[in-house]
Unconditional design. Structure first.
Length: 252
């Protein structure tokens, strides 16, 4: 059986993984107090925190969010996954999130909220759980750096223990070109079903090209999860090994 319970952590807000941060164009209301954004993506495989949740299959994703000028926001993010259909579900992950984002100093932003992970229609067990998160972002010229932490309190679905995920991200657009570079490293710790072997590190390097609202991206992603820990968690080693992932995103 694949990493079914690990799939329960996929996301992204994005952070919001949501799962993964994406560039978005916005549509404003007449009052200019509320901003609505969203988009769709096609990815060669859905990797969340280094783990493949679509079992090396193409995944379709989409999201929509609403942001108030005060800094409050809420939204939803969805992706096709693999494994929940075997439990009577629809092989869909649906993440609901809400939070608050504010500038605490020049070029320094604090973002905090909570994500609720759901897998509609799954009848083989309870998989839904929630995870608060916080992120500190720093802009340095054209570059952007983000430190993040996500904490899943003890819940039966993840093994009755809590789980921490800390991460660091860097993004560098290449000025006067449509290209950009991204780097990520994360560490998951906890004696839960979310973390094979009790702890692991994931990392990735990406290159992207944008044109209007379209973004094409190629990403190298890997983890230090051993084959033994993958098999012990009920997975095949292929879904935690290194991979090259391609994606095409259309934002509005």
């Amino acid at each position: 059986m694949r990493l079914i319970c690990l799939a329960a952590l996929a996301a992204s807000l994005a952070t919001p993984a949501f799962a993964q941060d994406v560039q978005e164009e916005t549509v404003q209301t007449e009052a200019d107090a509320v901003t609505v954004s969203g988009g769709t993506a096609l990815v060669s495989s859905y990797r969340f925190r280094g783990i493949d949740l679509s079992d090396e299959k193409v995944a379709v994703q989409g999201w929509v969010s609403v942001t108030h000028e005060s800094g409050l926001y809420a939204g939803t993010w969805a992706s096709s996954v693999d494994g929940f259909g075997e439990l009577g579900g629809s092989n869909v992950e649906l993440d609901l999130y809400a939070g608050y984002k504010t500038e605490v100093a020049d070029d320094v932003t604090l973002d905090g909220g909570v994500i609720y992970y759901a897998y509609p229609g799954s009848t083989g067990g309870e998989f839904e759980f929630f995870e608060p998160y916080a992120k500190l972002a720093l802009a340095a010229g054209p570059a952007a750096f983000t430190l993040g932490v996500a904490y899943a309190p003890a819940q039966d679905v993840i093994g009755g223990n809590d789980n921490f995920y800390v991460s660091a991200d860097a993004a560098l657009p290449i000025e006067r070109t449509p290209f950009g570079l991204d780097a990520h490293v994360g560490r998951s710790e906890g004696d839960t079903t979310l973390t094979p072997g009790g702890g692991y590190t994931d990392w990735s390097l990406s290159a992207s090209a944008s044109w209007n609202a379209l973004i094409a991206r190629v990403t190298y992603v890997d983890t230090d999860i051993s084959n033994f820990n993958a098999v012990a968690a009920g997975a095949t080693p292929e879904i935690v090994d290194n991979a090259v992932v391609f994606s095409l995103t259309a934002a509005f």
